[in-house]
Each structure stands twice: as structure tokens, then as C-alpha cells.
Write a protein of this length. Structure first.
Lengths: 1239, 379
């Protein structure tokens, strides 16, 4: 239907463009072109519109400043859309008309192309234009201001004017289009008939419009009336339109509903196909519609829906969701007539309205206070469709106010209607978790040590932070005297060497989305509801309140009857990237600085601050945004005293929201994924959503619990670190040195006599030192972030919300400062909640300190304890004079944690009663080669189990030494046989050489990688003959694999079985999926990469590769190599979760770094016991059998496949899957008595 | 004619190698065949009976795919061509005064021709098979020929690992030859003669040009002259300028700015009608100036690359992404118009443009380019 819109536009521009006949002929010539290019341009137009709307939605500070430009641009482009047909200008100049971006934009495409592309946008431009006009009508001032902005913005940075014609918005004056059409028809004699038909239709519609003054002039431009495909409905609709004034609309609704043909089932198959093909475009449209509603552009959303609906092709794109979204928008406004239009369209499109549609209708009726009969009819219709009224209140996510409106409508029709009871959430009753959720038995869930009011204040603080979206943290960098001219810099995040355009665009897009999410929740009143619920929720956690019966946080939250807020899908990647790109472009255009900073502000001309440059890497050409070097200099001298973080990058100030579903939990407002994944990956989320809610309880509760652990900063350690950091750093203790410490590159002007060769040498030297200083800088920045955050949180209690990766391993969400970091980061953290040491706590502290030093790895606990007593003097000295004393702690493997532990011990032994000393220090218990432990348990390997400490033993076994010994045996044999390499290696086969390879073999290291690891170790040995490096490493890696094969025969069989299964599954064309024993569905996100290229307009085209989409073909190699380690990881995460849940039931504070479990010193024995029990329970399950049967049911065809090759593949797969390796003879129960299983 | 010898039946090998053409390909794997080399020695002259070029020659053996199919070397087997080349490089001198480094002489036909005109030759052969034969050529010539196991085109490889022969460090090579560094402005220290490896002409050209601008590797020792055989296609690209904008590219600019390129001889390959050029590439004495130095050459290369990244754009648009200076002002200084496109600029114009920006006095920051952004040739 664009022709209908275009007509007045053209005539408008004609009248302004000069003599009518000339311009009309121009029009005529160009017109077919616009038709040709309209279709492909469509998606771009939508994306742009979505971006525009989204940017409008996210009125975050830095975005809002760009808004004027954005709208200005919109107007400019729309102006451009008008120009070519009316303006008798030179064709060559049209290209340069590219709005604001001028030459740089047109540099991406030749002018002609550019213009063509723009024709594709005309359609959307019209929409925008209409909107602009609408806005003009509403508030003239706003638009004019924007227009001025546009005109004033210089064409490009260097300020050399260019020939940009004023892009003035042409008011679309109304004119008579008939003369124009006659000419048009003549020109297109080929399409004459079609055109005539079109014209007739157009005229008819124009007539109709003229007859029907019921619509406002604004609504005329945006389509309101749908054009329907079904004739039956059309007549019905016409009935509606004619009777507009007198007949009540609602009667029509019922009529429509009854008359509507049911078409839903007709193309189910087709729908499926389209779903995958158009998924992206659909998401774009949906995102656009939602943003429209949020910004109050209901009519625009409606228009889009109508235009799409009326065209057969694009109608296929529309989903019921989209109709529902628009309906909901109208319902919120109480616009019943428009809602009805959409309802008719739904029917017309062959969808059957679902609960959401009816909820919208009822809500609208509730708001409009419709008469009883209508509502009744509606309800009747609903029951005819087989939908239950109750479900509207249980299954449809509605906010409180919406619920009230629906209820009002329903009560009017059915005064006796009662709200349904909330169904009890189902309880997980898997074998492993039965104990955790058992209602009987002793339960003492831990409480926080803070009273309710404190927690409530903390919550309010956190809410403020999240609403503000960013946190400014005082930098711990030594302050430099500030010059006055220096202003606050907004772009400090951009590194001096620039940022890749693509990365920036992605980042901006993602940030805009989270801002948008926060705002959406604010507007829709969810923040208020959250406050209410959270306060109640705190009663469970606070120290001074009681709840009637023990609840897990999730259970309690659910019991509070918190209705799930409507779920918001993140914008699809293309939309985010497109939006980010737009914002980045605006950033480039909008930021300016004086060309000469020394001169006074007004006298020097402005130059752009950001430049778009290219870098060349091999064959690739990568676009970068690079700040002006003078600006970098300025920033460096300014030494910005604050560091700004996104709200989600900072630990939370109050307990995180409990995880209740795959998309709600952790941060209060910012959306967080339960399962972290590469951007644009949908299948994890889909899997999680599709699995029964109870199946996820284990994971949800573990994550909630890990997040609920309160932390505080170890102030004394922080002080020491800061001292070092602000002084000269100490790379040995992983405190990076300041840039001033790095030898500054030699920049002095060279004497003219310097020879060319020397110059070349110098250049290389310079490049090397630049590279070095850049590496230093990034290390320094990393430490700066961490320490600044630590300093910021120094006197606070804070929380680290957790989520998990696709294998179920848990991670804290805030990236810079958490307990997963290096030694330094871990030493800075301690439990905020103290716990008295108790009778054995001190001993555990002592053992812990020895563990951290790494000195007595192969000694039993008593020896470690005795050693601690022995070096007690050193320990106390370290604690008292860390920097000036004997510095015993610095020689440790983990120096900072050792120091923290020394301090804790010193404090404890100096109290009168160490048992009563309240300790905050986490004590770790580490699994010894945890991956191999799981393998050995799976395969019940006796030898292997003993070497990884599954078997009780007096001294800890060391698998690396065992392997080294085994390798040595083989080596000696070979040496005797005369192998040269084996002879050379005499005396070099040590634990150290094989350790890394053994450790990583579980995680799928190949011979290739293993050889490199060993080569590195051998290279480090100065006395090893270097010419044998390659041969020796090659030989050794084979021996290591052979030894492992010998020792872990069962494990290797399992590894092989897993690899083979994965190979066959991926060969059949699917990604490997499985379910952990705890019920978490897992899919390996390795697919063949597909390069997605997004439009070549703007500064540059962006392309990125997607490899995580499940609709792509799997990457066979990665699927195959990844399965064994990922499966083992899913097992170790299961073990951790089970331990966590049981510890929680015992009232323990528990956190984990994968296979390293942390708790208070007093509770180590309990944790150790739980940990062993759960390991045994986990492996008592028929894990491999269950995996096998799951894989068979998932990947083997139930029916006989058609093709022979498929049939062969299928039977081969089935055969392989069913051949589960036989376990060995190891008795699992013995793990319970093994001291060094975790130690 | 080009003869793939890789899979020839042994009976055919000799005759086809000897007589059929001026060159042959030898896969590395094929060349290790012992009998081949032994017989080779006998039939090196053109006077041997010639076999008619068989059009099917190329197809039949190509079925045999050895893993070495990818690194063919190009050997000169035509006596006549070798003699022509030797004459050409000798020039007007009676006895060539320069030392010749011959890359991959293979059967040594060119080597012999060079020796015959009285040149001192160092043969750098990367295929061990040919070494004994080459050494035998130098007998009784009291040191006029030196044979070194070395691959000229893999001189100074990237990476940190030990250099495995036949790759070699230029430093070691020049040390063994006892050659001193000759200042750039002085004469030509030595001449390199040979054929560019057939499949990696571009790669080699890139490597050489980087070495040239940075005065590293062989160019550390002075303005080394190259006398190489190159395919017509690559040659045309090398010599392209705004006259033929479709072929004009970064390499053309860089080489033409740096070197004087002369065509010495053209050779037509019979079955394929492809042309082979024997060209002489001499670096300009005045290539380096106050502004373009081995210190700043990276910026120059980046500038040219950037411009050819969007070659149809106007120069002024590129300038804005290259330098914070006033683009119009620069254009005025080099006497170009605003509408001028990248492909309208001659190679020397690029140099002038670079120097203009580099020498601008008023600005502290002349370039937006950052050494550290680049990946490959950044050592």
C-alpha cells in the first residue's frame, strides 16, 4: 500500500520543486525504480526503524544526548527521500546528499548505489515523515529544534564545508494527484493493466477516505484499517467502517469471531519452515513493535502491522505474538476500535486468538467499561475456542494494573468469578535431590547476619545503582595534580589504540538493551512491585526476623506469589548490532574537540574526536574507531579520578534476587541469563524454557545460594596491595607496575647522521617497547579496576550473583572483582559473616596456610599441621611485618592468600580462646585432579582411583608423579632397546614435565597440544640438549598417553566411547545434547561458522560470524573433541551443586571455584563429609546408562529412515550408544573414607 | 614449455627434461629421484634431440598428486634462454663485476651460462638433490662458483623458533660470503638472479618490499638488484598506474616508488602462450628522504593500503581517516583536486602526499595510524 501514501508526497514535492510538468515527468521516470528496489530495502528500513525506536526508548544519559541527532537524521534522510523526484538538481549531487554523514557515508558506496538504496527506504521514510508531521502537529517546537540541529551540523569533521544542501523538511502539502497518475500510467505501458487496477483501487480508497472523515488526519497517514485477505471478513469490516458512528464496535467483534474461517492448521508445515527462515526478521519486527509501544507509538506499530498484513508475502512474517503485542498496546490505551481491527486481522491471518489476545481484549473492555453483553460474548467465544478463563490469570504474564482491568471486565459479566488459587509449584523429586527437598528431618538454612532494616537500606542503594545504570568508583591510581582545563571525559573507556568498530557496535547495542530493559520495568510499574516483594523476601534472610517454616529462598519467593513479570526476549543480534552501529556512527559525528588545545576555546576550529580507520591483518581489513592522539594525551595527563562501571559489572549491595526461572534472578532490574552464552545464542534458553520447571530447581537453588553468600573486603591486605600498586608495583606478587616503570620508548629526534640500518633497528625497538608497554597497560588497567572496586566496597557487605555456563559450571556475574580471580583477587575477599573457629578450626587454618604455600603437597595432614607449628614464627612475622619482616609469605605459591591466612592465624592465636575467635577467612578444599577423579569413578578404575585419591591412603597420592614414574618405566625399556631419544631423556622425565599434559588430558588435550606443553617444559630446562626438543617432546607425549591408557583403562574407554558417540551424532547433523544427573539440559554450542554481513551503508559494513545458532550444521570436530570434557564438566558441576545444596541444608556458608570448595574453618569437616557422600551418591547412579538411553531416544530415529545411508548411520549410532563401556572393580564406598579426596 | 615432471614415467623423464623447453617444473618430491639427476647431467645442452611438445603431457602425469604439488620450483632448462639472460645481466661490461646470487638454479643451466660470461656466482639451491651436480659445475673455476644449501625465498623467516635449513638468516649468509654492508647511497652490492616461485609471486613480492622499505634482511646490505623472471599477469600489476586502474594496486605503488623496474627480455611460453618477463629491479638511490625512512615506512605502507581499501573513493575522504590534519589543505599542497580519486594518483604522488603530511610542521599529531594495530609484517 505504499502507493497510496506516496501520491500526496510526490505531489507535495512537485509543487515545491518548480513547474509541474517537468517534475512530474521526472517522477514518472523514477517511479518504477522505486518499485524495483522497495523489496530488498525493506529489512534495512525495519532495522533502522527498530534501532531508532529502540534508541528512543533507551533515554539513558549518553543516548539521550544523541537523540536530537538521531531524529535529526531521520528527518534529513526523509528529506532526501523527497528530493530526487522533485528537485531538478544534478544527478551527481544527489549522492552527496547523504544527510549528515556526507562524504564519509558516500564513501562506502558509489553515489548511484547509495541513491538506489535510499529509494528502498522511501517507504519507511514516509512512515517517519508521517510521524514527524504528527509530531509537528503536536509540538511544533520540538521538530523545528531538531531541524535546526540538522542544518547546523557541519558536514564533516575537518570542517571543510562541502556542498551539502540544506536538508529542510518539506511539509507534505496535499495536492490533486490525478494528473500525475495519468502520466505515470503512460510511462508504464508494460504494466498498464496492473497499474490501472492499482490506480482504481487507490482512487476508490481515496474516495472512501474523503467520505469518511471519522479518522483523524494523522491516522490517515499511518494505516489503521486493515486490508484483509478473506472476502468474508472484508465485507464484515466494511460493515464496521460504514457504521462507524452509530453501531457499537463490540457487536462486530462477536460477529467477526463467529464468521471467521479457521485457517490455523492449513500451513503448519509451511509455518515451521518459515519459522526458521524468517526467525531473524520476525524478531526484528517484534522488537520494533515492542519498542513502539514503550515509546507510545502505538499507531506506528499498528501501521506496520497493517502494511505487512495486507501484503501476502510479508504477511507470512507476522506471528500471533506480533498481533498480540499491538493488541496489548491498544488495550493499555483502552482503544477498542483499533484493537478490534487487530483482532480481525488475527482471524484473517488464520491464527486463532490465544489467551494473550483475549486477555488484551478483556483488559481493554475493562478499561473502557464496556457493557455486559459484549464482554459476555467475548467470554463465550473464548470458551468456544477451548480456552479457560482461569488461565488468563495464571498463564498470562500481566502486571498488577492489567490484571485489575481484566478482572473488572470479567466480574462485570460473571459476578461470581473467583480468582484461581496459585497452583503449588511442583517439587523436584529426582533421586539425587530427594533429600534436599524433603520436608522432614533437621533443616537449618543459614541466615544472614544483618537485620532487616539494614538489608532494606542496602536494597534501596542497589536499586538506585541499577536505575542509574552506571557506578562511578574512585580510582586508586595515585592522583596527579589536575589542570583546570581538563574536563570530565565521557569516552575514557576507549583505549588509546582504538576499538574495533564491530566490537563497539555490539557493546553499545547490548548496553542499550539493558538500559531499555531497566526503563521498561520502571515504566510498567514493576519496580514498585519488586520493592514490595523484596521487602517480604528479606524476612527469610534477615537476622532478626522469623518465617514460619524453613524455606529455600526460591521456594519462599514463589510462595510470596510473585507473578512472573512479562518476559522480555533480548533483541536479536542483528538488531543490537545495527543499533550499536548507528550509535557508534553518531558518536563519531557528534564528538568534537578543538584542533589546538593550547589555544583558547573559541579560536581554534573543531576537529572530530573519533576517527574511523582501518587496520590490515593479513587479508582482513578491520574497521577501528580511534580517538585523536591529542585527546589520548589529554586523558593521560588528566588522570581521571574516577572509573565508571556498568551496574552489572559491580558486585551487588544487597542479596541478589533468587533464581526462579531461566530469565529471572540475580540483578534487580538488569536482565541476566541463567546460562551464559555467546551473544545471539538462543538454543540454551529455549532448552531451559522447555524443560519442566521442577527439573531446574537444583540448579536454580544452587545459584541462588552461591549468590546469597555475603562478602567483604579484607582491608589489611587491600592496604598493602594499594601501597605497592601506587608505588612501583611488584610483578612478582602480581601487582603490575605503573606505565612509568616501563622503559619509555626512545622518542628523541635522531641525529641526521643516523644510518638507514640503524633507523630500521630503532623502529623495531620502538615497536617492541610500544607493544610491551601496551601489555603492561592492560595488566595495569585490569588491576586498577579490581582494586578500585575493592576500595569502593571496602566498608560494605556485598554479594556476587551467580549464573552458569552451558555445562552447568557456576560463575559470579560481576567480572572484575570476584572470588574466581587470581591469587590477589581471592586474598582480597573474605566472608562477611563470621563463624567461631570451634575446637578444630584453628588446625584447619594452619593446614590451609600450608596448603597455600604448596610446600607439603605429598605429606599427610598431621605433617602439614606440624609444619605450620614449626614455621609459626614466620607466620606471625609475616602477619605483623608483611613488607619489612622476613617475608616468608612471599615465597609461597599463592602469596597473597597465604598472607591473609597468616594474619587470620595470628589474630586467632593471640586471643584468649582461639575456639571462640570469629573467623571470616574461607578455607579451601581442593579436588586433586578432579576431572580424572570423575573419570576414575565412572570407569571404576582401581589403579587410577588410587592415584587420584579415591582410595583411602595415609599419604596423598600424586597422579602426576605416578604418570611420570610410568613414563620412566617405558623410557627405560626403550633406552635399553637403543632408542636415541629415550637415552637422551634420561633424568628428564619428571613430574613437572608431564603435569600439565596429564591435567589437561581430561579436558581433551590432543597429542599436538600435549607436545607443545611438554616442549615448553623441556625448553625451560637449561641442561636439556635443545636440538632434541622436537623428538623428545614427541616421544614423551606418546608415552604420557600410553601411561594414562595403562593406568586409567576404564576412563580411556569411556573417553573413547564419548568421542565416538559425539562423532556419529554430529555426523547425523545434530549437536550433542544431554541432561545432567541434576536435570539441566545441555547442548554443545559448536556449529559451523556462518559469516553474517550486515549492510554496507554507513561508516562501514559490519560482518560477524555466528557459530552458535542451533539451526546451523554442527562443527563436527568441535562436537567430537568437546563432548568428553564437557560431559565431565557437567558431572563436576553436578557434584558441586549437590554438595552446595546439602551444605546449605546443614546451615553452612559454601562457595566454590569449580572443584575447589570454600567454607568457614569450623565447618570444613562437615563440608568434607558432605562432599564425599555426594560424590558417592552421584556416581552410584547409572550415569552412563542414563546418558546412553537419553542419546538413543534423542538421536536415533524411531521410524525407519528412507535412505539406506541414513539407515546405516542410524544403526551404527544405536550400536555405539548401546555399547556402554563396562566398569572396573573399584568399590565406590571407599571414597567416603579417603582423606585426600578433597584436601 | 612447462613440463610437470612430477609424475612422468621414468623413460620419458630424460628427454622431456632436456629438450622440450626452456623451463621445467620440479616438485620437490619428484626431484629427489636419484636416477633423474644422474642422467640430467648428460643432457644439458640444446643440441640434444628434442621431443615434440605433446599437448597431453600436462594432463597425463597430473593425476599423480604428490604432496609437493604446491611448492613447485621453476627451473630454467633452455640453454638459449640461459645464455640470453646471462648476456643481459652482463650488460656492456666485458666481465660482470658484481657478484651474482642465483636462486634455485636447479639443473644449473643458467649457472653455467653465467659462469661462461665470466661472472662470479653463488648458487643458492633449496633442493639437496641438485647440490652435488651444482658443485661439480664449479670445479676447475677456482672459486668462481659457490654452492650453498639455502632457499633465497625463505630468507629470514618469521617466528622465533630455530631456523631450519634450507631457510636461512641473511646475516649468516652474508657472513659466510664475507660481504660487508654497502651504504644505500653507494652502488649495488650484488645482483640476485632467478625466477620467482611460481605460486607465491605475490607473497614474495610483499615480503621483499617490506624488507626493502625497512632496510632489513638482504636489503640491510645495500641496494640489491633483482633480476627475476615473472609472469606477465603479475608483471602488469606491478607496473600498473592510473592508466590501467583495474590492475593498479598497493604493490604497484610500493614497488614503483621504491625501485626502477626495467624489462630486459620477454619470453613466450609455447603451449600456453603465456608471457614471461625478465625484469631488473633496482632500488632507487634516493628512495629514502628525511621523511620517508625505515622508521616511518610503515605509515606510508598503511596509507597506501588504506587508500586502496576503498579505491573508488575520493582521496580527500581517505585523508580524513588517515590524519587529523586538514585534508583540503594537504590536497592543495600536493596540487590535487577535491574530486581526485585514489586511482588517479601516480605512485610518486603517494610518496609526495606522504611526505607532505609527514613534514607538516604545525601539528603535533600527523597520523592516526598506530604501529600496534598492525599484525603481520610488524616485527
Amino acid at each position: 500500500m505504499p502507493s497510496r501514501l506516496r501520491a500526496p508526497l510526490h505531489s507535495g514535492s512537485c509543487s515545491s520543486g518548480g513547474s509541474l510538468p517537468a517534475s512530474a515527468s521526472l517522477c514518472g521516470r523514477r517511479r518504477p525504480r522505486s518499485y524495483n528496489f522497495r523489496q530488498p530495502g525493506r529489512t534495512h528500513a525495519q532495522a533502522r526503524a527498530a534501532a531508532a525506536a529502540a534508541a528512543a526508548a533507551a533515554a539513558a544519559p549518553e543516548v539521550s544526548c544523541a537523540m536530537a541527532v538521531l531524529w535529526g537524521r531521520g528527518a534529513a534522510r526523509f528529506g532526501r527521500g523527497l528530493w530526487p523526484c522533485g528537485r531538478p538538481g544534478l544527478p551527481a549531487e544527489e549522492g552527496t546528499l547523504g544527510g549528515l554523514c556526507g562524504p564519509r557515508r558516500s564513501s562506502s558506496a558509489s553515489p548511484r548505489e547509495d541513491r538506489r538504496k535510499d529509494w528502498g527506504h522511501v517507504e519507511l521514510l514516509e512512515v517517519l515523515q508521517a510521524r514527524v508531521r504528527q509530531l509537528q502537529a503536536e509540538s511544533v517546537s520540538e521538530v523545528t529544534v531538531n531541524r535546526v540541529d540538522v542544518a547546523r551540523l557541519p558536514e564533516h569533521g575537518s570542517g571543510d564545508g562541502g556542498c551539502q544542501p540544506p536538508t529542510k523538511v518539506q511539509p507534505g502539502a496535499q495536492g490533486t494527484p490525478s494528473g500525475l497518475f495519468v502520466q505515470w500510467a503512460k510511462r508504464l505501458d508494460k504494466d498498464k493493466q496492473i497499474q490501472q487496477k492499482r490506480r482504481q483501487r487507490l482512487e476508490k480508497q481515496l474516495q472512501k477516505r474523503a467520505q469518511n472523515p471519522g479518522f483523524s488526519t494523522d491516522a490517515k497517514r499511518l494505516h489503521v484499517e486493515p486490508r484483509l485477505l478473506s472476502k468474508q471478513l472484508t465485507t464484515c469490516l466494511q460493515g464496521c467502517t460504514q457504521e462507524v458512528a452509530e453501531s457499537p464496535w463490540e457487536e462486530q467483534l462477536a460477529q467477526v469471531l463467529q464468521e471467521a474461517p479457521r485457517k490455523l492448521s492449513l500451513d503448519k508445515k509451511l509455518g515451521q519452515r518459515l519459522k526458521t527462515r524468517f526467525a531473524n526478521r520476525q524478531q526484528k519486527i517484534l522488537a520494533f513493535l515492542k519498542c513502539c509501544l514503550l515509546t507510545g507509538h502505538q499507531s506506528l506499530a499498528h501501521h506496520l502491522l497493517v502494511t505487512h498484513h495486507s501484503r501476502g508475502r510479508s504477511q507470512e512474517l507476522l506471528t500471533l505474538d506480533m498481533y498480540n503485542t499491538v493488541m496489548l498496546g491498544w488495550a493499555q490505551q483502552g482503544a477498542f476500535r483499533e484493537l478490534l481491527y487487530v483482532f480481525i486481522m488475527v482471524k484473517d491471518a488464520g491464527f486463532s486468538p490465544d489467551l494473550v489476545s483475549y486477555a488484551a481484549a478483556l483488559q481493554c473492555m475493562g478499561r473502557q467499561d464496556q457493557d455486559v453483553a459484549t464482554i459476555k460474548r467475548c467470554l463465550e467465544q473464548m470458551s468456544q475456542e477451548g480456552l479457560k478463563l482461569q488461565e488468563i490469570f495464571t498463564a498470562v504474564p500481566l502486571c498488577k494494573e492489567e490484571r485489575a482491568a481484566v478482572l473488572r471486565a470479567v466480574l462485570k459479566a460473571k459476578p461470581t468469578f473467583k480468582l484461581p488459587e496459585r497452583p503449588l509449584s511442583p517439587v523436584n523429586n529426582s533421586k539425587l535431590l530427594r533429600d534436599v527437598y524433603a520436608k522432614d528431618g533437621p533443616v537449618s538454612y543459614p541466615k544472614l547476619h544483618l537485620p532487616l532494616d539494614t538489608l532494606w537500606d542496602l536494597f534501596k542503594q542497589q536499586l538506585r545503582v541499577e536505575l542509574a545504570s552506571t557506578v562511578c568508583v574512585k580510582s586508586v591510581e595515585k592522583p596527579v595534580a589536575q589542570s583546570k582545563e581538563v574536563r570530565r571525559a565521557a569516552l575514557q573507556a576507549l583505549p588509546a589504540q582504538g576499538e574495533s568498530f564491530m566490537g563497539l557496535a555490539r557493546d553499545l547495542g547490548a548496553r542499550t538493551f539493558s538500559r531499555h530493559e531497566v526503563q521498561r520495568q520502571q515504566f510498567s510499574g514493576q519496580v514498585e512491585a519488586l520493592k514490595r516483594h523484596y521487602r517480604q523476601y528479606l524476612h527469610l534472610l534477615a537476622a532478626d526476623t522469623e518465617v514460619p517454616e524453613p524455606y529455600l529462598p526460591r521456594q519462599y519467593w514463589e510462595a510470596l506469589g510473585v507473578s512472573e513479570p512479562p518476559q522480555e526476549q533480548p533483541w536479536p543480534l542483528p538488531v543490537q548490532v545495527e543499533l550499536g552501529r548507528l550509535l557508534a556512527e553518531i558518536l563519531v559525528q557528534a564528538t568534537k574537540m578543538p584542533s589546538n588545545l593550547a589555544k583558547p576555546r573559541n579560536s581554534s576550529r573543531l576537529v572530530p574526536l573519533l576517527y574511523h580507520v582501518y587496520s590490515f591483518r593479513n587479508v582482513y581489513q578491520i574497521g577501528f574507531l580511534k580517538p585523536h592522539p591529542a585527546y589520548v594525551q589529554l586523558l593521560a595527563t588528566a588522570a581521571e579520578p574516577t572509573v565508571t562501571f556498568e551496574a552489572v559489572d559491580v558486585p551487588m549491595l544487597c542479596p541478589p534476587l533468587p533464581w526462579t526461572s531461566p530469565h529471572t534472578g540475580a540483578f534487580l532490574l538488569n536482565p541476566t541469563k541463567l546460562m551464559r552464552a555467546v551473544d545471539g545464542t538462543m538454543h540454551h534458553q529455549r532448552l531451559l524454557e522447555n524443560c519442566p520447571p521442577a527439573a531446574l530447581h537444583g540448579a536454580l537453588d544452587t545459584l541462588t545460594q552461591l549468590g546469597n553468600c555475603a562478602w567483604r573486603v579484607n582491608g589489611r591486605v587491600l592496604d598493602l596491595v594499594l601501597e605497592l600498586f601506587q608505588d612501583k608495583g611488584c610483578p612478582k606478587l602480581s601487582v603490575p607496575a605503573p606505565p612509568s616503570e616501563v622503559a619509555a620508548p626512545h622518542e628523541a629526534p635522531l641525529p641526521s647522521s643516523t644510518g638507514l640500518v640503524d633507523k630500521a633497528e630503532l623502529r623495531r625497538e620502538l615497536a617492541r617497547s610500544l607493544k610491551e608497554s601496551r601489555e603492561m597497560h592492560s595488566l595495569r588497567a585490569d588491576a586498577l579496576y579490581r582494586l578500585s572496586l575493592a576500595d569502593h566496597l571496602r566498608n560494605c557487605v556485598f554479594w556476587l550473583p551467580h549464573n552458569m555456563d552451558f555445562r552447568g559450571r557456576t560463575y559470579p556475574c560481576p567480572p572484575h572483582f570476584n572470588h574466581l580471580g587470581n591469587d590477589l583477587a581471592r586474598a582480597l575477599l573474605e566472608f562477611a559473616q563470621g563463624c567461631p573457629l570451634g575446637p578444630h578450626g584453628l588446625d584447619w587454618l594452619k593446614i590451609h596456610v600450608v596448603n597455600l604455600t604448596g610446600l607439603k603437597k605429598r605429606e599427610p595432614l598431621q605433617v602439614r599441621h606440624a609444619f605450620a607449628e614449626e614455621v609459626m614464627d614466620d607466620i606471625l612475622d609475616s602477619a605483623d611485618n608483611p613488607m619489612t619482616g622476613r617475608k616468608w609469605w612471599m615465597g609461597s605459591e599463592e602469596p597473597w592468600q597465604t598472607l591473609a591466612c597468616c594474619m587470620e592465624i595470628a589474630k586467632a592465636v593471640r586471643t584468649s580462646d582461639p575456639a571462640a575467635y570469629i573467623s571470616h577467612l574461607p578455607v579451601h578444599q581442593d579436588g586433586s585432579c578432579n576431572g580424572l577423579q570423575h573419570y576414575a569413578a565412572l570407569g571404576r578404575d582401581s589403579v587410577g582411583a588410587a592415584s587420584v585419591n579415591l582410595e583411602p591412603s595415609d599419604v596423598p597420592q600424586d597422579v602426576y608423579s605416578d604418570v611420570a614414574a610410568q613414563v620412566e618405566v617405558f623410557r627405560r625399556q626403550d633406552a635399553r632397546r637403543g632408542s636415541r631419544v629415550a637415552q637422551v631423556l634420561e633424568g628428564f622425565v619428571t613430574r613437572k614435565v608431564v603435569k600439565q599434559t596429564v591435567m589437561t588430558v581430561v579436558y581433551g588435550v590432543t597429542r599436538f597440544g600435549g607436545r607443545l606443553q611438554i616442549e615448553k617444559r623441556l625448553r625451560e630446562m637449561s641442561d636439556f640438549p635443545q636440538e632434541f626438543l622436537w623428538d623428545a617432546s614427541h616421544y614423551l607425549v606418546r608415552q604420557v598417553f600410553k601411561s594414562l591408557q595403562e593406568m586409567f583403562s576404564g576412563s580411556r574407554a569411556i573417553q573413547h566411547w564419548l568421542t565416538e558417540s559425539a562423532r556419529l551424532i554430529s555426523h547425523m547433523g545434530s549437536a550433542v545434547e544431554w541432561v545432567t544427573p541434576l536435570g539441566i539440559p545441555i547442548i554443545q554450542p559448536y556449529h559451523q561458522e556462518v559469516k553474517v554481513k550486515q549492510g554496507g551503508r554507513g561508516l562501514q559494513s559490519v560482518s560477524y560470524s555466528v557459530n552458535a545458532d542451533s539451526s546451523l550444521k554442527p562443527n563436527k570436530l568441535k562436537q567430537r573433541n568437546g563432548f568428553p570434557p564437557n560431559f565431565i564438566h557437567s558431572l563436576d558441576s553436578t557434584h558441586m551443586m549437590l554438595t552446595a545444596l546439602h551444605c546449605y541444608r546443614e546451615g553452612l556458608t559454601f562457595v566454590s571455584v569449580h572443584d575447589c570448595f570454600w567454607t568457614h574453618a569450623a565447618h570444613v569437616p562437615i563440608m568434607n563429609q558432605v562432599c564425599r557422600e555426594q560424590f558417592v551418591r552421584l556416581h552410584s547412579q547409572p550415569i552412563l546408562q542414563e546418558l546412553s538411553s537419553f542419546l538413543v531416544s534423542r538421536f536415533c530415529c524411531s521410524s525407519r529412515p528412507q535412505k539406506l545411508s541414513q539407515r546405516l548411520d542410524d544403526s551404527k549410532l544405536r550400536e555405539t550408544l548401546l555399547a556402554v563401556p563396562k566398569p572396573g572393580a573399584f568399590d565406590l564406598e571407599r571414597v567416603k573414607h579417603s582423606t585426600f579426596f578433597f584436601s | 614449455m612447462w613440463i610437470p615432471v612430477a609424475g612422468l614415467p621414468p623413460r620419458l623423464t630424460l628427454s622431456s627434461l632436456v629438450g622440450a623447453g626452456r623451463f621445467c617444473f620440479l616438485g620437490a618430491g619428484a626431484a629427489t629421484r636419484k636416477p633423474l639427476q644422474a642422467r640430467n647431467r648428460r643432457g644439458l645442452s640444446d643440441s640434444a634431440p628434442q621431443l615434440c611438445p605433446d599437448p597431453d603431457f600436462r594432463k597425463s602425469p597430473s593425476r599423480v598428486k604428490s604432496k609437493s604439488t604446491l611448492d613447485f620450483s621453476r627451473y630454467i632448462t633452455s640453454r638459449r634462454l640461459a645464455e640470453t639472460m646471462a648476456q643481459l645481466v652482463r650488460g656492456k661490461e666485458k666481465k660482470p663485476s658484481h657478484l651474482f646470487l642465483e636462486c634455485n638454479p636447479g639443473p644449473g643451466i643458467l649457472t653455467q651460462a653465467l659462469l661462461e660470461v665470466g661472472a662470479k656466482v653463488v648458487a643458492l639451491e633449496s633442493d639437496k638433490t641438485f647440490l652435488p651436480h651444482l658443485e661439480s659445475l664449479g670445479k676447475n673455476l677456482d672459486g668462481k662458483l659457490r654452492v650453498i644449501y639455502c632457499d633465497f625465498f625463505r630468507m629470514d623467516p618469521k617466528g622465533t623458533g630455530a631456523i631450519k635449513p634450507p631457510a636461512m638468516a641473511s646475516q649468516d649468509l652474508f657472513q659466510t660470503l664475507g660481504l660487508e654492508v654497502v651504504p644505500w647511497k653507494a652502488g649495488i652490492p650484488l645482483k640476485v638472479i632467478g625466477a620467482l616461485p611460481i605460486r607465491s609471486e605475490r607473497k614474495i613480492l610483499w615480503k621483499l618490499i617490506h624488507n626493502l622499505y625497512s632496510c632489513t634482511s638482504i636489503y640491510k646490505y645495500g641496494r640489491i638488484e633483482l633480476n627475476v623472471l615473472i609472469y606477465e599477469k603479475e608483471f602488469q600489476k606491478l607496473m600498473a598506474d592510473p592508466g590501467n586502474p583495474d590492475l593498479y594496486q598497493v604493490l604497484s605503488v610500493l614497488w614503483q616508488v621504491a625501485c626502477d623496474i626495467k624489462v630486459l627480455h620477454k619470453e613466450l611460453l609455447e603451449p600456453s602462450q603465456e608471457k614471461l618477463y625478465f625484469i631488473q629491479i633496482t632500488p632507487y638511490r634516493n628512495l629514502f628522504t628525511d621523511n620517508l625512512t625505515p622508521m616511518s615506512y610503515q605509515v606510508f605502507i598503511h596509507m597506501v593500503k588504506h587508500c586502496f581499501g576503498k579505491r573508488k573513493c575520493r582521496l580527500i575522504d581517505h585523508l580524513r581517516s588517515l590524519t587529523p590534519l586538514d585534508a583540503k589543505d594537504i590536497l592543495r599542497q600536493i596540487g590535487k583536486k577535491k574530486e581526485d580519486k585514489v586511482t588517479n594518483l601516480y605512485p610518486q604522488d603517494f610518496k609526495q602526499l606522504f611526505e607532505t603530511i609527514q613534514s607538516s610542521k604545525d601539528y603535533a599529531y600527523k597520523w592516526l595510524y598506530d604501529d600496534r594495530l598492525e599484525g603481520r609484517y610488524n616485527d
